[in-house]
Design a protein around this ligand. Structure first.
Ligand SMILES: NC(=O)c1ccc[n+]([C@@H]2O[C@H](COP(=O)([O-])OP(=O)(O)OC[C@H]3O[C@@H](n4cnc5c(N)ncnc54)[C@H](OP(=O)(O)O)[C@@H]3O)[C@@H](O)[C@H]2O)c1
Length: 324
């Protein structure tokens, strides 16, 4: 069976993405085949497309992407279309949302995932477009804020990049956990982040959030715009600086920080998301989390979508309508 997919055979600019007919994947015994309705253009997909970072190339392929990684798209929402012989968690017709990770494959009409992968029933009452925009942002937010930083009610949090995909989720989660939230973003996004629950806004084009000495228990740098050295000043003596973007050296600094020093640098990768996705649905159901979609593009305009994300100015999420 054939399907439409956006394929890239070499690292490079958005124009390396080409929509064409390819063979649809067949589900193995423990796999489900999802008819993908929506995916997203993310900062992470862009880095993969460019072949950015040495660490990524070790997995994706040194000179060009390996054959099995040639369809990008890490967030998906759609309907289970077929299941393998031994699948018990899902049945055809289930509406699902999930994270495909480095395996990608979301920019295609069908993707196969193990039934125990980061896949869950989609939140009730949301469209596929909305559901897929609530995959990586909120689950990564849960990983950093709760699992790693153990954020408590009453703590003060600054979210750097509050208007991005991760940032819009982080603001809502921190608020839901009872924290006092300061959103660091440009003035044009102040209204958006307030509507998501931010108590305070710092416009980074006019003011330095780090000028406020000892003001925060947690600084969540969702876009890697700051440094630990700068954040230290703004943190309390036992404050935590969470950063999502960086190279191998940050893993070493994270490990060092676990043992030495009272202020902590926290770095890591949110990869296993099955439990977190169920929690996202629960947060949506109680009105604590909502999707933020900036633009929608049909699959045929995937390169255009990547060009927009590359500007670094997107608000929340950019959705790709696979069926359109
Ligand atoms: N470690 C992990 O597990 C993990 C998981 C998911 C994602 N990530 C990484 O996290 C990063 C964040 O991705 P994202 O999709 O959330 O980013 P994004 O949506 O692309 O961020 C764009 C937003 O950042 C704002 N911004 C730009 N410069 C800023 C600055 N100096 N201060 C404050 N805000 C600024 C922009 O607002 P203005 O236009 O107003 O400037 C825009 O709204 C990516 O690099 C991704 O690879 C890591």
């Amino acid at each position: 069976m054939q399907m439409r997919a956006a394929v890239y055979e070499r690292y490079g600019p958005p124009s390396v993405l080409e929509v064409r007919e390819v063979r649809a994947p067949e589900p193995r015994d423990h796999e489900v085949r999802v008819a993908v309705a929506a995916s997203t253009a993310t900062a992470a997909c862009q880095m993969m497309r460019r072949g950015d970072t040495l660490m990524a190339r070790v997995v994706l392929g040194a000179l060009r992407p390996r054959r099995r990684f040639r369809v990008l798209g890490i967030e998906i929402a759609g309907t289970v279309e077929r299941v393998g012989r031994r699948v018990t968690r899902f049945a055809p017709g289930d509406r699902v949302f999930g994270f495909t990770g480095f395996g990608s494959g979301g920019y295609a009409e069908y993707v196969c995932l193990h039934e125990d992968a980061s896949l869950a029933r989609a939140p009730d009452g949301l469209s596929h477009e909305e559901a897929c925009s609530l995959v990586d942002g909120p689950t990564t937010g849960l990983y950093f804020l709760r699992e790693r930083a153990r954020l408590r009610a009453g703590e003060r949090v600054a979210v750097i990049g509050a208007s991005g995909s991760l940032g819009t989720a982080a603001v809502q989660l921190a608020r839901a956990f009872g924290a006092e939230v300061t959103a660091v973003c440009s003035g044009r996004n102040a209204e958006l982040v307030r509507s998501l629950g931010a108590h305070h806004v710092v416009d980074y084009t006019r003011e330095d959030y780090a000028a406020r000495t000892g003001a925060y228990d947690v600084v969540f740098d969702t876009i890697g715009a700051g440094t630990f050295a700068r954040a230290r000043r703004a943190l309390t003596p036992r404050g935590r600086y969470l950063v999502t973007v960086g190279g191998f050296s940050l893993f070493l600094r994270d490990a060092w920080s676990r043992v030495f020093g009272r202020q902590k640098l926290v770095f890591g990768m949110s990869i296993e998301k099955k439990a977190a996705l169920a929690e996202v649905s629960a947060l949506v159901a109680r009105g604590a989390l909502r999707p933020v979609i900036d633009r929608r593009y049909p699959l045929a305009e995937i390169a255009e979508a990547h060009r927009y994300v590359e500007t670094g100015r997107k608000r929340g999420n950019v959705v790709i309508d696979i069926g359109a």
